[in-house]
Design a protein around this ligand. Structure first.
Ligand SMILES: C[S@@+](CC[C@H](N)C(=O)[O-])C[C@H]1O[C@@H](n2cnc3c(N)ncnc32)[C@H](O)[C@@H]1O
Length: 297
């Protein structure tokens, strides 16, 4: 298996409430969720999947099904392709695919030596190497703190700046070694570069802003009674989900006028669903997953 889909049966069961409906898989990856959705929906239904990664889109071309269409675009743009209130269900399975981490050439993993890239869309934009060889010390520190919760951001950014005065930082192993050498907590359970690599990945792909924009779009195009399923792997993603849906409270006092933000209501129909012990044992990457499911009222 190229990528083991997380919370597969559970998420698709929540998502499909109408077998003749229109569905969006915002994060195609290697099609784990998309393929199961296609198995469950009728010939009258449609599935539109999105991925920023050209390799994922190329992989999707192997799916021969008239109900299916893949878009090479960011999920922040879904409202440009779908009319208001036209979609029955939308699913997000956030983060990286195993195929990103396993392929050294994509530069996502500190365990595999490759070009320091980390872009989901490697046909566009700047790589981590382009950025890290030019960025200021404070900028690097801020990224490490904001997206990696890294307490040693100052030390790491100083080490990066001093290293690049003599050498280009252009591979994953060069960056991992710089961090490893200066990292004060030598007995840390995780690799010293774990948080930094995560922070640089989230930053270079603008992941959190793209996701916030996408939720705004999803809110426009989802039908009444439509379902939004989110699977998050990081507290920063999960906080965005909670903050986005929180104001959409169900029982708002009738005598208080609603502002635009509160016009659209959702009910949370599944709160903080985690993978089973069995799934975690078989796919350790699933251990940090949190699924939430919302229904448009
Ligand atoms: C965890 S994987 C999805 C795995 C998929 N559900 C499966 O079972 O094969 C996340 C995917 O989302 C894609 N992605 C990340 N940010 C994106 C964005 N803003 N728009 C579209 N796709 C994005 C990544 O390229 C990656 O392929």
């Amino acid at each position: 298996m190229l990528h083991s889909p997380v919370l597969l049966e559970e998420s698709v069961k929540f998502l499909i409430q109408n077998i003749n409906g229109t569905y969006i898989d915002c994060t195609f990856g290697r099609g784990g969720h998309s393929n199961l959705i296609l198995d469950k929906i009728s010939k009258k239904a449609s599935l539109y999947s999105y991925d920023r990664d050209p390799e994922a889109v190329h992989y999707a071309s192997s799916i021969k099904n008239n109900n299916f269409k893949i878009f090479h675009d960011s999920f922040s743009n879904i409202s440009s392709y779908h009319k208001e209130q036209s979609v029955d269900g939308i699913i997000y399975d956030l983060g990286t695919c195993s195929t990103h981490l396993d392929n050294a050439e994509r530069g996502f993993s500190f365990n595999k030596d490759g070009p320091l890239d980390m872009r989901f869309d490697n046909s566009n934009g700047i790589t981590v190497s382009d950025w890290i060889n030019k960025a200021g010390k404070k900028e690097i520190m801020d990224v490490l703190y904001t997206f990696g919760d890294e307490n040693h951001g100052k030390l790491i950014s100083e080490a990066i700046i001093s290293h690049r005065e003599k050498y280009l930082i252009d591979t994953t192993s060069k960056l991992a070694k710089i961090i490893e050498e200066i990292y004060p907590d030598k007995k840390t359970k995780i690799h010293p570069a774990t948080k930094s690599f995560q922070a640089f990945r989230i930053f270079i792909n603008n992941e959190l802003d793209e996701f916030k924009k996408s939720l705004q779009s999803a809110k426009k195009i989802i039908k009444t009674n439509g379902i939004i399923v989110t699977i998050a792997f990081h507290s920063l993603e999960d906080n965005i989900i909670k903050n986005f849906f929180k104001p959409s409270i169900k029982s708002f006092p009738k005598d208080i006028p609603l502002n635009n933000e509160q016009e659209s209501f959702f009910d949370c129909i599944a709160k903080k669903v985690r993978p089973s012990d069995f799934e975690i044992k078989n796919n350790p990457r699933s251990r940090s997953a949190i699924m939430r499911v919302f229904k448009k009222l």
